[in-house]
Design a protein around this ligand. Structure first.
Ligand code: GUN
Length: 299
């Protein structure tokens, strides 16, 4: 069988960002509205510093207002909540993202609950999680939203009746991914660390989304021939692995899987770039909803 089609998330995300930039131009010209995104970072987690830097840069690139708040690692929960309340009340800010993980002294759930659901561009507030699971229109978590876009780019808009396996049950990826696929009329299974026969579950899946955080856990011989494989994993390989030098790798054994799958995302360059592009799209969506205007239609 020919190798799988490579799903180029980097190119897709660049296209999405240029459509968002066109929407931002239209909002400025026709409604005098500049969407604004505030990103809050507490502490100096090295990966978070990189993510937040990329988010700020790309927010500016699409013409939005970008605000960044960097707080020391010893920030109290009260101080963080005060900042979030200020952003909730700021009419120039339409999206608020508090970068996770937060330091131990801060109750993550309390902070996520404090973000105005209308500005919750991460889609992590229980109101938005509830809307997603009940079929109401809300803000949807960025990574699963980006995965769904890539899946539809390969399979078309109608996913009805496809069997989908989501490996991982996090609130950030696994659960919302399963809800999105269910809303598309897929038959969805969520697998996790206690699942008995993961290989058997994978063998039935037309769509497989891996979001577990374990390097190359999904093996070639698990995958159904022709399946669409979406790899959300971002694992750093140990520096002593020959020839790898601490490189990034996914949850899927890419070299093996590409010989069986119909289409597959690489790591890096697959799902990763979609997350920020969807964050920017969510910020436009939030800005329009807060101002009671339609999202501009662009080409
Ligand atoms: N940390 C890792 N991924 C994410 C994300 O999508 N949003 C936030 N806020 N923090 C994260």
């Amino acid at each position: 069988m020919a190798d799988a089609k490579l799903i180029d998330g980097k190119a897709f995300a660049a296209g999405l960002r240029s459509r968002v930039a066109a929407q931002v131009r239209a909002l400025k010209e026709n409604h005098n509205l500049t969407p604004g995104l505030a990103v809050v970072l507490v502490g100096e987690d090295p990966a978070s510093l990189i993510y937040v830097g990329n988010k700020t840069k790309l927010t500016e690139e699409v013409g939005m207002k970008s605000v960044r708040h960097t707080l020391p690692a010893e920030t109290s929960q009260k101080q963080l909540l005060t900042l979030v309340e200020g952003l909730n009340a700021d009419p120039t800010i339409h999206g608020i993202l508090v970068q996770l993980p937060l330091p131990d002294q801060i109750d993550e759930a309390a902070v996520l609950a404090a973000v105005d659901p209308a500005k919750d561009v991460d889609g992590f507030h229980v109101i938005n999680a509830g809307k997603l699971s009940t079929g109401a229109r809300g803000l949807v978590p960025c990574t699963p939203l980006g995965c769904l876009m890539l899946i539809k780019d390969v399979l078309g808009d109608d996913l009805s009746g496809k069997r989908a396996l989501v490996i991982g049950r996090s609130n950030i990826v696994g659960k919302p991914m399963a809800q999105l696929l269910l809303a598309e009329n897929c038959t969805v299974t969520i697998a996790h660390s206690r699942t008995g026969d993961l290989a058997g579950e994978a063998a039935r899946a037309d769509i497989l989304v891996a979001a577990v955080g374990r390097a190359r856990m999904v093996r070639q011989d698990w995958i159904k021939e022709g399946a669409v494989v979406i790899d959300v994993g971002m694992n750093r390989l140990p520096p002593d692995e020959p020839g790898k030098n601490g490189k990034l790798c996914g949850d899927v054994d890419f070299d093996g899987a590409k010989q069986v799958a119909g289409a597959i995302t690489p790591v890096p360059g697959g799902v990763g770039p979609m997350t920020i592009a969807c964050l920017l799209q969510n910020t436009v969506t939030a800005a329009c909803a807060l101002n009671d205007i339609d999202v501009p239609a662009v080409g």
